[in-house]
Ligand binder design. Sequence first.
Ligand SMILES: [Zn+2]
Length: 454
Amino acid sequence: MRRNWVEQMGQNPLLLPPQVQAGNGSAAISKLLTERSITERLPTRELARHQAAALSDLARHAATYSPHFIRRLASAGLTPQSLAEPGALTRLPPLTRRELVGAGDALFCTAYPSGHGEHSTTSTSGSTGEPVTVRRTSLSELQWLVYTLREHLWHDRDFSGRLAAVRANISQPADTPDWGPPCSLFFLTGSWSGRPASWSVQELCRWLGEYDPSSLLVLPSTLAGIVAELDRTGQRLPQLRWIRTLSETVTSHLREEVRRVLGVGIDDIYTSQECGVMATQCPEHGSYHVSETILLEVVDAAGQPCSVGEIGRILVTDLVNYLTPLVRYEIGDYAEVGGPCPCGRGLPTIRRFLGRERNLVLLPDGTRHWPVVGFHRWGDVHDIRQFQFIQLDRQTILAKMSAPSRPAPEQEARLTTIIQEELQHPFAIRYEWQEEPLPRGPGGKFEEFLCRAE
Ligand SMILES: [Zn+2]
C-alpha cells in the first residue's frame, strides 16, 4: 500500500516534511502546533495560496492512484493542475455520500506516501443516517490531535482539573489518572473519567455529581438530557467550568439552557469521523474557525458559493488524506458563512452549523439514553443506505429505511434483533422501506432519531 516518498513536498507550511510526519509522538505534534500558530495568523489570501498548492499536490497524487478520482477529474474535463487554479474547483461535481459508497475500493488510493504512517478504517452514519467507510492515515490522525490541543490552548483551559467524557465510542466505564493524548503529552493533567453515551441520563447525573468534573466532553443530545434532568432535580456541578461538544448540532436553545442551568458556555467542535476536526470556535468571538488543512465550501442549491450570512450545503476537502481522496465531499451538513473575524486569525469562519440532530430514546420506565442503533452490524444482513428512527411511544419505533431493495421477512427479523439489542429494550420495530433518499427538515436539519413519546 505505501510507497517510498521521494517527491519533495515543498515549503508548504500546511504539510510537514516526511521525517516529522512519521508517528503521532509529542515531537511531531509540537512541531505541527508551532506551524499552526503561524498559519492561523496568515492573511486569508496567503493561506488560500498555500491551500491551493496543497490541493494541487493532493490532486496529482489521487489522479495517479485512485481510479475513481481519475474518472471524476476526466468527466469534469479537469487535470490536477487546472483543478487548483482560481475558481476551477467549482467545476468538479460534489462527491455525494451515495457516490462514495458506490465507488467501493476504486475510491481509495492504491499507494500513499510512506511519511503519512499507518492506515486505519473508520465507519460512520454521518450527518444524514447514511453509513460510509473511509480510510485515514496516521498523518490525518496527527491533524486531529493537533487541532484538539490547539482548541484547548485557544480557550486557555486549566489541565489540572477532572475531565468527564460521555461518548458514543466508550463502551465500558473507564477511569484514568490523566487526560491522555494529546494534552497529557505536554501538561500535567488531572484525572479522566469516561462513561458510555448509552447510560441513562439519571445514571450520568449521579456519576457527574460524584465525580464533580471541571471539564465535560459530551454529545449535544446527551447534554440536553443532562441539563433537563439537573434543572428538574436542582442538582448542580459546582466545579464545572468548560463544556465541549462535538458530533451533532448545537442549537441556540441548548446554549441558553446550559448557560441558565449550569452557568457556563459551550465550546463546540465541528468534527467528523471522515475528516477529523474541521472547525473550532473562536475563543474571543464565538464563530467557528475552519482548520487550515480543510477546504470548507458552502454552496447554494445551484452549486454557487454562498455569501456571508447565507446558509448552504457544505462541501469539504481534506488536504492531508492521501488514502481516501475526499475532494468536494458533500458531508451532509449545512452552514452559515461568516465574515472576517476581529480576533486577527485569517482562518475562514462559519457562524453556525446545521446538521444532525438527535433526541434521546425514552424507555418504558421513564429513563432516557443516547440511542445506539447498531448500523455497523446491519451490513451483514441487508444493504441499507440511509435510516431515520422515530419513536412513536414507549414501546414502538418506526424505522424509515432507504435501500435498493426490500429485505425478506427473516432479514427484517434479524435487523430487529440487532436494533433491540443496541437500544437495550425489545421495542416493537415498524419498518418503512423506500428506494429514494429520506427527506431533510428545514435548513438542512436531519433528525436521525426523533422521539415523539412522552
Ligand atoms: Zn476569531
